[in-house]
Each structure stands twice: as C-alpha cells, then as structure tokens.
Design a protein around this ligand. Structure first.
Ligand code: SF4
Length: 351
C-alpha cells in the first residue's frame, strides 16, 4: 500500500488552510462537519467563523436560545442540522458533563450525527481509524480501482468503506488519511477534468491506465427536479405584519415565515394566497397587491414564490394556529430567522 504514503505526503504539502484545521478540537470539528453536510467548503467558511465567534464553546451553544442559533445559521440551509446540533450540545452538557464522545459508535447516538459524520469527527478529532466515505472519496476509489458500480448505491459505499479499512490502519494517521482522501477528490480527482498529471495516485490508478477516467465513477441519474408554485400573504394589521413559526418536524423547522402554500388546480395565485392564509391560520384577508415573485432552488425541488400584500378582511380573533405566531414591524423581520427565499421578499420591500 505504497499509495497511502504518497497520498499522505501529497496532503502534507497541498492541503488547504481551513479554519477548522488550525485547531481541530472536538467541538470545532463537530461544528464544521455538521456545516459541511451537503454544503461546499467555500460556503461554510464565513458561517463557521460567525458561529464560533458567537458560540465559542459547547457550553455557550448549549446555553443559547434555539432562535438565536437559527439566526446565526440563517442562509446556510438544511436547518434541521442547526436544531440537532443545538439539541446534541445540550445533551452532551447535561448527560456527559460537556465531554464530547470520542468513538464513532457513541457519536452516532447524538442527534444529527449519522455514520459519515461520526466517522469524520472520531477520526479527525480523536484519531479513530474509521474510514470516511463521502462523494469525493467514492470518486477517488472508483477511479483508482476502476470500479464500475453505481456510487449512489449503498452497497458500493459499503464496499468502498471496507476497502479502505486496511489503508487507514496502515497510514498510522487516521485524521490525515481521511482528510487527504477527501482533499484529493476536492482538488485533484475532481468530477470534471481531473488533474492526473499531478495526482499522487497516478502511478497505480487503474482508470488512468485503462483510459476510463472520463467514464468513472458511474452514478445513477436522478429524475427531473419538480418546481412548485407557492403564494404567501404578508397580512398587515396597521404597521404590523403577521408571521408564524414553522413546526420542528417540518423542513426549515423553527424558522419564521409568512402564511401560504402551493397553488391548486386552476386557481390564480391570489386565490391560492387567500385560501392558504385561511386554511393555515384562519384569517380572512383581501389581496391588495403583488409584491414580487422569487425563484429558489432546494436540493430536491424548486419553488416559484409569489408574495402578496394583504389586509385583514375579517376579525383578528379568527386567528387559529397551533404554531407560535407574532405580529411584527417590517424592520423587525431581519432580526428573526427566515428561510433564504424570504430575504428576496424583504429586498423587494426595500428593507
Ligand atoms: S490519476 Fe486521475 S483518475 Fe486516478 S485518482 Fe488520480 S486524479 Fe483520479
């Protein structure tokens, strides 16, 4: 396994300087790994800096309000990550005296920590010899060994993980080994135009030898992403606008929003707005004007969201909502955590 030592030597010289690498304490590694789930390094860096400035320790995170945590996370997406991290921090403080578990098995018992994240934290922060398998690692291994299996399949992931057990043990440096594999995939063995000429694995890369680099890895194609038309109402009562907090079990849970929902059948978007406001929170409203339409893409679907300015056309006492609700001034909206798409509405309102 001479390739392992070439890989480690390459990593020593070419690794990126990333804020969580300067001081790989368990808390910082944990926060970084949660933020890096399905999110690119470049997007995570400013959030990581802000998060650590606001919550420099596990204890400070555990003591914070959930709304404050969501506000610092606002814009990074996948908000269940923030809620789970917060909940897990409280759990570690309350049940383990603030000591973050050192093994991947124990880490995987915490909210929001799956097998991948547990392996990453355990290896990087505690030196556990457990291979980490993300998209970068799958691509490097599939090419290095010229494996033609679908890398989206769970059995391929398991095969890749098993194939790295011996390598990580031989490395004698589990933290560097895992990070080196991911870094090689991110910087050299990239999806398009991999830089084989400077790759430390080129000497024994079977895809390169067999002319298969452009064909590998094999990945099953996902279907087309659906797009939903959504209408929301900014319901005004004088200078105050109505907002409701999304349920914990919902996507974007814990964030605030304007009431609204998906267009149905042949109804106009204004009709959707009236119906959804009525169904969601019981208020009878009249549409005054369209404020704006914004497009926003999530990982598995996209939305075209049209916001309407509405006025109450029935009594406020009709309000009927099991979720927390508030009436706030427009200038207070930016102080609260909202989904990213709503910030485009704020901009349209001149805020
Ligand atoms: S030689 Fe090319 S294809 Fe093979 S692992 Fe390196 S970058 Fe990837």
């Amino acid at each position: 396994m001479e390739w392992v030592h070439r890989l480690l030597a390459w990593y020593r010289h070419h690794q990126r300087q990333l804020p969580w690498r300067d001081d790989p304490s368990p808390y910082r590694v944990w926060v970084s790994e949660i933020m890096l789930q399905q999110t690119r390094v470049v997007a995570v860096q400013p959030y990581f800096a802000r998060f650590l400035a606001r919550f420099p320790s596990l204890e400070s995170l555990a003591a914070a309000d959930q709304e404050e945590v969501l506000k610092v996370w606002e814009g990074l997406g996948y908000y269940s990550r923030a809620r789970n991290l917060h909940q897990a921090a409280r759990q570690v403080v309350a049940e383990r005296g603030g000591r973050i578990p050192a093994s991947s098995v124990e880490l995987a018992e915490l909210p929001g920590v799956g097998p991948y994240t547990a392996a990453a934290i355990a290896s990087i922060a505690f030196g556990e010899a457990t291979p980490v398998v993300d998209g970068n690692v799958l691509r490097v291994v599939a090419r290095h060994r010229a494996w033609r299996e679908d890398i989206a399949a769970a059995r391929t992931r398991n095969r890749v993980r098993a194939s790295l057990e011996e390598a990580i043990a031989e490395s004698g440096a589990p933290s560097s080994f895992n990070q080196a594999m991911m870094e090689l995939g991110a910087l050299v063995c990239t999806p398009r135009q991999p830089q084989c000429a400077v790759c430390p694995l080129a000497g024994d890369c079977r895809a390169l030898a067999e002319g298969l680099v452009a064909e590998l890895p094999v990945k099953r194609k996902r279907g087309a992403v659906p797009c939903y038309e959504i209408a929301v109402g900014l319901v005004f009562d004088g200078e105050l606008v109505f907002i409701a907090r999304r349920g914990e079990d919902q996507m974007l849970g814990g964030l605030w929003e304007f009431p609204g929902g998906k267009r149905e059948g042949a109804e106009s978007l204004a009709e959707t707005c009236l119906r959804e406001v009525r169904e969601e929170v019981g208020l009878t409203v009249a549409v005054e004007e369209e404020i704006c339409t914004v497009d926003h893409a999530y990982s598995h679907f996209a939305i075209r969201l049209t916001a309407f300015r509405c006025r109450l056309a029935g009594p406020v006492a009709e309000l009927c909502c099991e979720r927390p609700t508030r009436w706030v001034r427009l200038d207070q909206l930016r102080e609260l955590p909202f989904p990213k798409a709503n910030h485009k509405i704020f901009a349209a309102l001149g805020m």
